[in-house]
Design a protein around this ligand. Structure first.
Ligand SMILES: [Zn+2]
Ligand SMILES: [Zn+2]
Length: 442
């Protein structure tokens, strides 16, 4: 059931037709019999599937070796062809290649220009297929100079650099594409097949099939972490006061690293302040420097290593202007009463990030207009306590001016204030990541 046949005038592509031109082509073919297949000598007839896909059918299959296709397979191929065409690429459905093993047919060959040496073989797999078969077919296309992109109802393998596979899910008007989420990338071997299939828990939507094809040809479907990228650092804290001098203060209690728009499918990394003090390397140093350049004006504290009297170990603590420091045991657990004290960006790369996060590579779909909601992980992939930041608001946005008049004598007061810090004239802006729901670890 192909989307392509030929005549003496060249390729005839069903996806380029509308209802009127399709009817005209059918009439002409029944009159002149000018259309033929590349696979066999069967008579070509023009059909429209129950899903509305236009295609060419063998009047009688006879000895033809091409496999019959499901309606979904035809529809997906048609969407891929149209998306390639819309992106300015050349789409060739049922592209036949011959090698020592005989003939193989790529569902859709996409090329940037007609005479390009390389291309992408888009393969739609609606019936289950073993990983080994997917790998073998991918290797075969590689020999023909093609990269492969598998779009499967039941993806196998799940997260392989060599064999790119995404999941295809039927919708009312086509398909959506999903890739494995953090939960699946980390936990597939411990999950049941039901959990692996769970769309909400284990997969991340990348838009429609047409959106995904466009992203793929624009190089936005990528494996692994970017070689250089901007991270966003958010510093959270609580309202407090210095026990020694009584100054109102906002100690920093945690930071979150967002790995930025080039790494959309990597989780955010949650680091408690005392953990930050234990991380070695230039990224931790730069984060600490940046915090200390601004935190004193916001929270009355700076971060420094301190040794409690009763202990031999030092740790990173919030230190007041008066010299007193906030002991680790007085820092409350992260909660939705916390507030954002600072946000800043830093340019970094995988090497510098490593002391915070051992990268577990995966496929990323980069689409800045539709970023996925991110999971949050503790350092080195450990879990963090479940907490949400529905009330969290930035206390600093316009400038790092002196600490404004903040009245809080207890957390219930802070709650009544809804976490807002009243600062003269400053607009209190909701930071971007507040809308994330932070789930428990996996
Ligand atoms: Zn045939
Ligand atoms: Zn003090």
């Amino acid at each position: 059931m192909p989307l392509r046949c030929i005549s003496s005038e060249g390729d005839e592509l069903s996806f380029e037709h509308d209802a009127d031109s399709w009817a005209a082509l059918r009439e002409r073919n029944s009159r002149e019999r000018h259309l033929r297949f590349t696979c066999c000598a069967a008579v070509v007839i023009l059909k429209t599937s129950s899903l509305g896909t236009r295609y060419f059918a063998h009047q009688a299959r006879g000895g033809c070796d091409t496999a019959p296709e499901t309606q979904e397979h035809l529809r997906a191929k048609t969407i891929i062809c149209k998306a390639l065409k819309d992106a300015g690429w050349i789409a060739t459905p049922e592209h036949r290649m011959t090698d020592a093993d005989g003939v193989c047919i790529a569902d859709v060959l996409g090329k940037r220009v007609a005479d390009a040496q390389k291309g992408i073989a888009f393969e739609v797999q609606w019936s289950p297929q073993l990983s080994e078969i997917t790998k073998a077919r991918t290797d075969r296309y590689t020999v023909h100079g093609l990269r492969s992109l598998w779009l499967m109802k039941r993806p196998m393998p799940l997260n392989s650099k060599d064999v790119p596979v995404a999941r295809l899910v039927s919708t009312d008007d086509g398909f959506d594409v999903y890739i494995p989420s953090e939960a699946l990338v980390r936990g597939a071997e411990y999950m049941s097949s039901r959990e692996i299939a769970d769309l909400d828990a284990s997969w991340r939507r990348c838009g429609t099939l047409a959106d995904f094809v466009r992203g793929a040809v624009e190089g936005r479907f990528r494996f692994g972490i970017a070689s250089e990228f901007d991270i966003r650092v958010t510093v959270g804290g609580v309202a407090n006061w210095c026990y020694a001098c009584g100054a109102e203060s906002q100690p920093a209690t945690w930071i979150v690293l967002d790995l930025g728009h080039l790494n959309p499918d990597f989780p955010n990394i949650f680091v408690e302040i005392h953990e930050l003090g234990e991380v070695e390397g230039s990224l931790a140093d730069r984060i600490l420097e940046t915090i200390n350049a601004r935190l004193p004006n916001i929270g009355n504290y700076r971060l420094a290593h301190r040794k409690p009297k009763e202990s031999s170990a030092t740790y990173l603590a919030n230190v007041c202007r008066c010299g007193a420091f906030l002991s680790r045991s007085y820092i409350p657990h992260p909660s939705d009463k916390d507030r954002v004290l600072l946000e800043f960006g830093l340019n970094t790369g995988p090497g510098e990030l490593k002391p915070f996060y051992e990268v577990l590579d995966r496929w990323n779909f980069i689409d800045p207009a539709n970023p996925p909601s991110k999971r949050m992980l503790g350092m080195h992939g450990f879990g963090i306590p479940r907490f949400t930041f529905s009330q969290l608001q930035a206390s600093t946005s316009a400038a790092d001016g002196p600490l404004g008049k903040v009245r809080h004598t207890s957390y219930s007061d802070a709650e009544a204030d809804q976490g807002n810090v009243r600062r003269g004239g400053a607009t209190v802006r909701k930071p971007m990541f507040v809308s994330f729901t932070r789930e428990t670890s996996i």
